[in-house]
Design a binder for this molecule. Sequence first.
Ligand code: BES
Ligand code: MN
Ligand code: MN
Length: 456
Amino acid sequence: MQKIKQYVSDNEQRFLDELFELLRFPSVSADPKYAADVKNTAEFVAQKLRDAGADNVEVCPTAGHPIVYGEKLIDPAKPTVLVYGHYDVQPPDPLELWETPPFEPTIRDGKIFARGACDDKGQFYMHVKAFELMSQEGMLACNIKFMIEGEEEVGSENLGVFVKENKERLAADVVLISDTAMISLDTPSLETGLRGLSYVEVEVVGPNRDLHSGVYGGAVANPATILAKMIASLHDENNHITVPGFYDDVVELTEEERKALNSAPYNEEEYKRDLDVKALWGENGYSTIERTGTRPTMEVNGIWSGYIGEGAKTVLPSKANAKISMRLVPNQDSQTITKLFADHFAKIAPPSVKVTVKPHHGGEPVVTPTDSVAFRAAEKAMEESFGKKPIPTRGGGSIPIVALFEKELGIKTVLMGFGLDSDNLHSPNEKFDIANYLKGIETIPLFHKYFAELGK
Ligand code: BES
Ligand code: MN
Ligand code: MN
């Protein structure tokens, strides 16, 4: 541990400078206008893997954005760790809400502010630097493979193909991912599950053109009103989702599991203060920890219709649209849920409008094992570097590829994230504490050490 700490403190400034370089690439996967930047980011990551000592580094083209692969195979008798991460980021808008520009990383108050600082550039780059440290200090304990993709934020569609075509190359004993959060630097935790995702776009069409709201208003259904009513009906008075069959496959936790989860530290007053809300909202009968970790939910991500420019325009819009996502928990299946939603949404539409539901990407929920050698290695590593045993928690976000690794490669994942829920992922002013970044670099070599020691 002393050697690790020494290396990290000797190289701290360079570790930060390199991360800053990486953060300056606007690798927004959703917007085709950044395609060249995304590719340049992949080349940069590949070069950094080579510099850190990786072999067979390759920028692998896909039908979409490239995947960066690299490896260091030291001994076939040793276990193999497959590190997964993503170098793509969410779009930065609304730009005006950033205190400093999203692709000009800036330190304030010990925190790095930039799009991707936490999700996931700062986090996957900890593995690149931990690998450099292990190579330089003769501490490599496991074989290591890196697969850093560029399409996580848009559904990882081409990664599925890559995984299926490269089963042999990707063979490993565990997938190690830092793309989740822990409770805090004082309270380390390990996520043991992720929610799945069903995402749809709906359109409600009324008259065949925008109409004068005085001439026609009152006699023709307004799609904006209809859509609002339809959306409002999707939750009942207990905030349960009303889509028939939605909860059929949900695994209820045992009272003991619920108790264990709810014993994690959580301060409701602080939670509300941070978000500036007077009261919380959610499914009756469940705590906030359960609502965001073990219960399925439905959210409107965007909604638009009619005139939204300056001043007033009297118009009865022809159509209204919304993007709606559902977070899923074991054993819900994203395709089944999408179908249930689409059927229900069509059914509740009045005859005065036409409705279409277009499915977007989805993903399956996962629960990761807590009785495995890999999980114990992660626990031991965190316990040593934080001086406290990590608490198992459930993550509310989704990393759809985790279920796919299990299905296609038969490999389980350890989610050893070092971010915080309050790091503003996907929001303006995304950040990552320097302390978390350095702690991650310190903890990762310990994971490799204990994973090798505890045996496959
Ligand atoms: N890193 C996040 C997922 C995450 C965040 C998991 C915090 C646990 C805690 C990931 O990059 C992400 O944002 N995933 C998307 C899904 C994807 C299909 C767009 C998500 O959760 O919305
Ligand atoms: Mn991520
Ligand atoms: Mn993300």
